[in-house]
Structures are given as C-alpha cells and as structure tokens.
Design a protein around this ligand. Structure first.
Ligand code: R5P
Length: 284
C-alpha cells in the first residue's frame, strides 16, 4: 500500500502506477489555528510505503502524522526532497544540526523500516538514521532528458565543487566536456562566481546542481556563462525548490530552459523519479 503525503501526491501516484500497488486515500487539512490534520482512509497493511517530501515545516508535521498513523506497520519511508539537508553541520556555535534533528524525530517510527532519499545534499545525513537508508541518484534520468534536446558541442557545468560528481556522471552519460565554477556566497540570497578558464564560445551548456532554491546560484552562473559567449544555457536540477521569484530571476538571466524532477511538484518537473523509487522499493 502506498500512502502519498500532501507534497508528493503526483509522485506517489506515479510510483503506485509503476508498481501496480494500491494508493491509499488520505485527507489533509489545516485547522483554523494553523495546526495540521491528517487521516488515512484505508485499512493499513503489514507493510506500507509513505512518500512525502518536506519542503516546509508543515510538510514535516504531516509526515510525522503519517508515521504515527502507520506505526504498527513496517514502513518504507521515501522522502524525495528532504528539507533542512543544507543544515547538515553546526556552522556557528549555538546552532542546531537540523538535518540530524529531523532524522532523530523520524527514527522511532522506523524500527522495522527503511528510508529512501534522492540526491541528498549531504550524504552524511544518511548516518543519522538508525534504520537502513539509501540515496537514490536521479542524475541519469536528467541526463536522458538533456540528451533528447539535441544540444550542440555540449559542456556540462557544475556551479560549485559540491555538484562536480553529479556533473561528471551527467557528462559521461552525454559524452560531453565537464567543468565547475568557483562560487562565493555573499548572503542568503546572493552569490558571486569566479570565471573558470573554459572556452564556452558558441557551445551549448547545461548546468547541473542538486537543487535550485532562490535561483541566485544559477542566475549568476547563467549570466557569467552567457558573458563568456556560451550559446544556449539550460539548467538541470533534481530538486526544484524555486522559492519566491526564482523562475523570473532565471529567465531574466537568459536561461533557455529548466529541467527538473518531480521530487517537488512544480511546473518544471518534467522528469519523474518514480522509476528509481519503484526499483529501490522492489529491492527492499
Ligand atoms: C548549494 O550548495 C546547493 O547545491 C545549491 O547550489 C544551492 O542550495 C542553491 O541555492 P540558491 O538557488 O538559493 O542559490
């Protein structure tokens, strides 16, 4: 039985279709005081699969409610987009390691379970789970989509060192050149990038990253690459968080197109991670 949380309904439906499993009917509401209400309108089975991304604090509460409802079952938990993954370290004294705090809150429900994440920002987060946890890679799916665009003399770029492994995987699948840019974060929403010695003139470029949040990183990268003479610049990201006016920012910077997966259900989520999730669930 598959239980789709409110932020992952489309993906849960797709995974259920791939696996031919029943999709439970659920009700999600918000009380007038802002508290969340969840009900699973189905008889729970011995093994259940919960699919819920946690882009907001409320989505995390919905997830805790689903886990509480299913606590008598053995749970496969799929968190396609795991919020707070960028708070994977204590950066300043007095700060929490929120990614660890979230995993710790989920652990009591997963004594007989398993966790599946997708391109988690910091793989060290897997170690905070007390049950088996895996990190599925959506890069090959994004690379397949890029291949269908028929780009010319392609260069795959990582906007920083953090996404180099992802860019290399994509470049090797596409038979393209690969490089990275050096990024300095100026504030929560502003970044600057030092140009790298790479001749992009008249070449098509795809920038690969794990996520686009405010769009600041990608917008700066697009502007820089276009200033260096790149032909068309596309973006490929696993998690399209896209806060505020991120999409406007990206198109104003001159992006040709944005490719992203359905770990978050957005207009740009044209690549489904359902096949890799279904495969992992069949293995487990
Ligand atoms: C950072 O290390 C991540 O991989 C992304 O590059 C970053 O989180 C994107 O954030 P934003 O879109 O706000 O620049």
């Amino acid at each position: 039985m598959i239980i789709g949380g409110p932020s992952s309904q489309l993906l849960a439906g797709r995974v259920a279709a791939v696996l031919g499993e029943e999709l439970a009917l659920c009700e999600y509401r918000t009380f007038p005081d802002g508290e969340s209400y969840t009900q699973v309108v189905a008889s729970l089975e011995e093994r259940v699969i919960i699919i819920q991304s946690t882009p907001t604090d409320q989505d995390l509460v919905y997830l805790l409610q689903l886990l509480d409802i299913c606590q008598e079952s053995s749970i496969d938990l799929v968190v396609p987009y795991f919020g707070y993954a960028r708070q994977d370290k204590i950066f300043k004294p007095g700060e929490p390691m929120t990614a660890r705090a979230v995993a710790t809150a989920l652990n009591p429900f997963l004594r007989r379970g398993k966790v599946h994440l997708v391109n988690i920002h910091a793989p060290s987060i897997l170690s905070h789970f007390s049950c088996p946890a895996d990190n599925l890679d959506a890069t090959p799916l994004l690379a397949d989509k890029v291949a269908s665009l028929g780009l010319k003399d392609l260069v795959v770029i990582s906007p920083d060192k953090g996404a180099v492994a992802m860019a290399r995987t994509a470049a090797s699948a596409l038979g393209a050149d690969c490089d990275y840019l050096q990024k300095t974060r100026l504030s929560g929403t502003e970044v600057s990038m030092a140009p790298k010695e790479i001749d992009l003139r008249n070449r098509d470029v795809v920038i690969f990253d794990d996520m686009i949040a405010t769009g600041g990183t990608m917008a700066t990268a697009i502007e820089m690459l276009r200033a260096q003479g790149a032909a068309r610049v596309y973006l490929a990201a696993v998690h399209p968080v896209l806060t505020g006016s991120a999409v406007l920012k990206l198109y104003r910077s001159g992006v040709e197109g944005i490719l992203a997966t359905d770990t978050l259900d957005r207009g740009v989520s044209t690549v489904s991670v359902a096949p890799i999730i279904a495969k992992a669930l069949l293995k487990g």
